[in-house]
Write a protein that binds this ligand. Structure first.
Ligand code: CA
Length: 423
């Protein structure tokens, strides 16, 4: 048996070298076809492997997994089986897809039943999200925003380097990649008026984020330490936390984000397991001043995930507007989770915890239009000749991300969303 992360592994399924889904990845998602109900799948190259059928045909019999967790519209019940089961299943799928393994490779009848082209299926929300928390953990992002709106000399508020700032978001409006939505309306206060007005947001923005999905619940009153945190994380997705900047500016004092943030957040369909991402651990920013004991951690806990954002105007090609990286996070996932639960707040399987906008240190790595256009003062040129300060009607915003090392590329697919005119 070769370990699922081994860079030497090759599958009998042909996988393009630029594919996000080589045999070392094996991310989980929920899909359906015109003739099938929602079910659990694993991506491999251009294909999705149908776990419900695979299990029914007996290929997973040693794992003793009840097929109801695979013939399910969410991954929550599968995730509830626990990390040893996720690992054993991923390893079994890795073995089955290994080029040297004839079991499924040479069984054409079974192969035709368990493999579909991803382009022929519809991807659905991978988990039932109970709660959604959004952090604010990129130091470059927080510094940019503080510089723009407050004081360049004191861009970070006094608490920022002592705790991962966050807020509770809205789970009901998290949407799967490919779901379009209408430009939100709301209350804003124009600079030249002393009265607020109502109407469509004029400053619609994306926020480039990565989210982690909770894989193990806690009881009310319990906490998760930084050392334990990885046991509570199932995997990661891309995340666009759409934001209406003009609504945000007027509403956010004193309690923080509300309607400027809760109209839509786009999530990518494939959950890349933390196990698949382990080879890409890397060092983060040095944390100075020293954090309180409950936030301390050891080792390299950041992840080297290259991220990019494109804007695609209606009927035109994409323009890449941002290249960033998840490694620019000042606070790690483990610290976010330790902080979130230190007061006894309980977590549940399927909860989404998003990073906050991920900006890097250079202007082309900023993770929002607010920063890229520097509050609208530096419009971005699109390949079609038009300019953007923020997001226009009928623009599609696409986030992509991948890790790469030893010629293995572990990708996330896309988080894509189109903004329709206000209705
Ligand atoms: Ca956000």
């Amino acid at each position: 048996m070769i370990k699922a992360n081994d860079p030497q592994l090759k599958s009998w399924i042909e996988v393009d070298k630029n594919s996000d889904f080589p045999i070392q990845n094996l991310p989980f998602g929920i899909f359906k076809t015109q003739s099938s109900s929602p079910r659990v799948g694993i991506a491999i190259g251009d294909h999705v492997l149908d776990l419900a059928v695979l299990n029914k045909l007996g290929f997973l019999k040693n794992l003793n997994i009840d097929n109801s967790v695979f013939t399910n519209q969410y991954l929550n019940d599968f995730i509830a089986l626990g990390k040893p089961t996720w690992r054993a299943l991923r390893q079994r799928i890795s073995d089955l897809l290994n080029a040297d393994n004839a079991e499924l490779r040479d069984n054409k009848e079974a192969r035709d039943k368990v493999l579909q082209y991803i382009s022929n299926v519809q991807m659905l929300m991978p988990v039932r999200v109970g709660d959604y928390t959004d952090f604010y953990s990129s130091i470059d992002h927080a510094t940019n925003v503080g510089t723009m709106f407050r004081d360049p000399a004191n861009a970070l508020l006094p608490n920022w380097k002592h705790l991962p700032v966050g807020y509770h978001g809205r789970a009901s409006s998290i949407i799967i990649s490919g779901t379009n939505f209408h430009r939100p309306k709301g209350q804003t206060k124009p600079a030249d008026s002393d009265q607020p007005v109502f109407g469509p947001t004029k400053l619609l923005d994306f926020e480039l984020e990565v989210a982690f999905i909770i894989g193990k619940p806690t009881e009310l009153g319990n906490s998760v330490s930084t050392a334990q945190a990885d046991d509570y994380i199932f995997g990661l997705t891309l995340f666009n936390d759409w934001s209406a900047r003009d609504i945000q500016t007027w509403e956010y004092v004193p309690l923080g984000p509300f309607l400027a943030k809760n109209f839509a957040s786009t999530v990518s369909p494939w959950i890349v397991t933390l196990d698949a991402l382990e080879p890409f651990r890397t060092e983060g920013y040095k944390q100075e001043p020293k954090v309180l004991a409950y936030l301390e951690y050891t080792g390299e806990r950041n992840l080297d995930i290259q991220l990019e954002v494109s804007i695609q105007p209606e009927n035109n090609g994409e323009t890449i507007v941002c290249h960033s990286n998840y490694k620019y996070m000042y606070w790690t996932m483990e610290q976010q989770l330790a902080h979130h639960t230190v007061n006894g707040c309980n977590i549940n399987i399927g909860d989404i915890m998003a990073s906050g906008t991920i900006s890097g240190p250079t202007p082309n790595s900023f993770g929002s239009m607010l920063e890229l256009s520097w509050r609208g003062t530096k419009p971005l040129k699109m390949n079609d000749g038009t300019e953007r300060k923020f997001i226009n009607d009928n623009d599609t915003v696409i986030i992509r991300g991948y890790c790469e090392k030893n010629s293995v590329r572990i990708g996330f697919g896309e988080a894509r969303g189109k903004v329709l005119p206000a209705n």
